[in-house]
Design a protein around this ligand. Structure first.
Ligand SMILES: Cc1ncc(COP(=O)(O)O)c(CN[C@@H](CN)CCC(=O)O)c1O
Length: 429
């Protein structure tokens, strides 16, 4: 079937009249890949169909949540069954404790957990907890790491020697930026200098232990260990934002993979099974300070709602099946290594970072170890690659600085098909 997009173009024109940019989250607008977005009609397993009838092998999976594939029968069945009894009560239900227990079993660094409705809420709340628990105001984040859209995290590296932040969006007060310090990922010496200068005022360091929002960038293990050591030395909390890496780098996330014990962890995506969810948790001495057991306020109307809790629980049960992560890793490596080989055969520079069930292929010859090296990528070349793959039925993330996500639904034949299409597209670059 030849690629058609008339209906999507019409839908996009209509959406743009009343929805900013025609989308409810910016990256969906395909702005950095030079074409209009396609509108999706349905998903099943590893596949999604758009409203023009094009079928795609989907490597976005709603940006990570669909790690067992779209409309998994066991997830759909539980959502239907629970919805028939009611969708939300604004009152405690037992399933919230059941999911909390399942998550804590997988993340021994966490003694308590609070459910929220998005990754943004999770990180925003974890920062407030760190500030409340330490009585300090400054936070440290890393350039290229994304933690949602709370004001104090929409900060980019300033030009200042100490890299004090500057707002990365209008509407973020400059005074908010003065309490967010931006450091360089994998640069332990730089972080040590920040602590030497500001350590007494630093409430926490927050990072994606494996970065996924500048494309996938792997941490040096010594960097992670050094961050843990510095935060302990100066009495700052270490917050692992595992919204993307949780249950994806491994069942126990990046913290299990690298053997690091953070004070707080943020989760999202996978634990909601495709429904809105986020969570933050950690040591009891901190989490017990969250209202109503403690004075640090945080709340949410739909937090812990039974639909998301049951969809998340069904997803985790599926992920607990023996061999799941070995299979996810094998498929991820076969696809990422295959793409690297094809690019090399086509004479194109490529750098691949892969771990667990996620990877990025950067169109650069540079080793990609941080935001600056990620930015050496040929974004135009990526955009052309993206468009070529889309028209051949492969749905990649519409940005060089995002990840490719594998699911348990992707088959070996899907990966063969993806590599076959990549072979022909790479030749056109
Ligand atoms: C590590 C990490 N932390 C926090 C967030 C924010 O989560 P949400 O508020 O979008 O649920 C995210 C959100 N990820 C992006 C994808 N790069 C979501 C896609 C979007 O913004 O539409 C994340 O990756």
């Amino acid at each position: 079937m030849t690629f058609r997009d008339e209906k999507s173009c019409q839908a996009f024109a209509k959406a743009q009249i009343i929805i900013p940019g025609g989308v409810n989250s910016p990256v969906r607008a395909f702005k950095s890949v030079g074409r209009e977005p396609v509108f999706i009609e349905r998903g099943e397993g590893a596949y999604i169909w758009d409203i023009d009838g094009n079928r795609y092998i989907d490597y976005v999976g709603s940006w990570g949540p669909l790690i067992v594939g779209h409309a998994h029968p066991e997830v759909v069945e539980v959502i239907k069954r629970v919805a028939e009894r009611g969708t939300s009560y604004g009152a405690p239900t037992e399933v919230e404790t059941v999911l909390a227990e399942e998550v804590l079993k997988a993340y021994p660094s966490m003694e308590m957990i609070r459910m929220v409705n998005s990754g943004t809420e999770a990180t925003m709340s974890a920062l407030r907890l760190a500030r409340g628990a330490t009585g300090r105001s400054k936070i440290v984040k890393f350039e290229g790491c994304y933690h949602g859209h709370a004001d104090q995290l929409l900060i980019k590296a300033g030009s200042g020697a100490l890299t004090f932040g500057v707002p990365s969006s209008p509407g973020v007060p400059t005074q908010t930026a003065t309490t967010t310090i931006s450091a360089r990922f994998n640069d332990l010496q730089g972080l040590a200098e920040i602590f030497q200068s500001e350590g007494e005022d630093i409430a926490c360091v927050i990072l994606e232990p494996v970065a996924g929002n500048m494309g996938v960038v792997l941490p040096d293990v010594e960097f992670l260990k050094g961050v843990r050591r510095l935060t302990e030395e100066y009495g700052a909390l270490l917050i692992f934002d595992e919204v993307m890496t949780g249950f994806r780098v491994s069942y126990g996330g990046a913290q299990a993979h690298f053997g690091i014990d953070p004070d707080l962890t943020c989760l999202g995506k996978v634990i909601g099974g495709g429904l809105p969810v986020g969570a933050y948790g950690g040591k009891r001495k901190y989490m017990s300070q969250i209202s109503p057991s403690g004075p640090i306020y945080q709340a949410g109307t739909l937090s812990g709602n039974p639909l998301a809790m049951n969809a998340g629980l069904a997803t985790l049960k599926l992920l607990q099946r023996p061999g799941t992560y070995q299979e996810l890793q094998a498929k991820t490596l076969r696809l990422s290594e295959g793409l690297k080989q094809l690019a090399q055969e086509a004479g194109l520079p490529i750098w691949v970072n892969a771990i667990g069930a996620m990877f990025s292929a950067f169109f650069t010859a540079e080793p990609v170890k941080d935001y600056a090296s990620a930015c050496t990528s040929d974004v135009e070349g990526f955009a052309k690659f993206f468009r070529g793959m889309l028209e051949r039925g492969i749905y990649l993330a519409p940005s060089q600085f995002e990840a490719v996500f594998l699911s348990t639904a992707h088959t070996e034949a899907d990966i063969d098909q993806t590599l076959e299409q990549a072979r022909s597209v790479l030749k056109t670059l």
